[in-house]
Write a protein that binds this ligand. Structure first.
Ligand SMILES: [Zn+2]
Length: 250
């Protein structure tokens, strides 16, 4: 691996528990997580991951595309939690990076996907990939039409929107972590027998495969790029509303 370009699975398990022994440390109770729990992330001068977490980046994938491996894996991770096939109608709420990756990844299954957002220039990224788009207002007319709705906007009000869009026995996938607590209308969920599932990290190998095939438009998700010496400016820009991915080039 020395000298090779790699991407790394961010969850590092204890290696001993039942989950780790089956090769999936994502829910190991003693896990550390790169840049999130007990382990320096990619803003540190050096970072460490076990060799088993590393996957070589195929030559065909440019650096600026490879950096999408982890969020794209998270998008693909939805399909680990609930099946998405071409006979399922899917809606994704949120036109940020995560929503755009989720919509593109799920559209590859052949399922008709509707992306609900409110930034025309971001929705166009999805439209160029044959994904239908709508504002929340326009989507309100599509009550009970969807088999799967993915909440990727991080807005608390999106929960109710999602429940309205789902057909009875539909599946609501919570992909973004709300800050704060959200009130839910439990009665509708019971009456319509809605399943609510959470989805966090996916696997890197299928994401690298999609990037290698050029199956996902990630170029359009890069808003700006800066040399490392302008790192502080890049951080500032990345935190601005409406900005998608900001890249730092070492
Ligand atoms: Zn473990």
């Amino acid at each position: 691996m020395v000298g090779q370009r790699v991407v790394g699975e961010i969850n590092v398990g204890c290696g001993e528990c039942e989950l780790c022994r089956t090769g999936d440390p994502r829910h190991c109770s003693k896990r550390t997580v790169l840049g999130i729990v007990g382990r320096d992330g990619a803003h540190a001068e050096f970072l460490r991951l076990p060799l088993m977490n590393l996957l070589p980046v195929p030559e065909k994938i440019a650096d600026e595309h490879a950096v999408f491996a982890e969020p794209l894996a998270a998008a693909c991770g939805i399909m680990e939690r609930t099946p998405v096939t071409k006979d399922k109608k899917v809606a994704v709420i949120g036109d940020g990076k995560l929503g755009l990756l989720c919509a593109q990844a799920m559209a590859l299954t052949g399922a008709p996907v509707l992306l609900i957002g409110h930034h025309p220039e971001k929705m166009r990224i999805a439209e160029r990939r044959g994904i239908e788009t709508a504002t929340a207002k326009n989507a309100a007319g599509k009550r009970h039409e969807f088999d799967v709705v993915v909440e990727a906007s991080g807005s608390a009000s999106a929960f109710d929107t999602a429940v309205c869009l789902l057909r009875p026995r539909g599946v609501l996938v919570l992909k973004s972590t709300f800050h704060g607590t959200s009130e839910i209308n439990a009665a509708t969920i019971v009456v319509n027998e809605i399943s609510i599932i959470g989805s966090r990290c996916g696997r890197l190998a299928p994401a690298l495969d999609l990037l290698k095939k050029g199956a996902i438009d990630v170029d359009s998700l890069i808003s700006e790029e800066y040399p490392l010496r302008d790192g502080l400016l890049a951080m500032e820009r990345g935190a601005k509303k409406g900005i998608l991915k900001v890249l730092l080039r070492p």
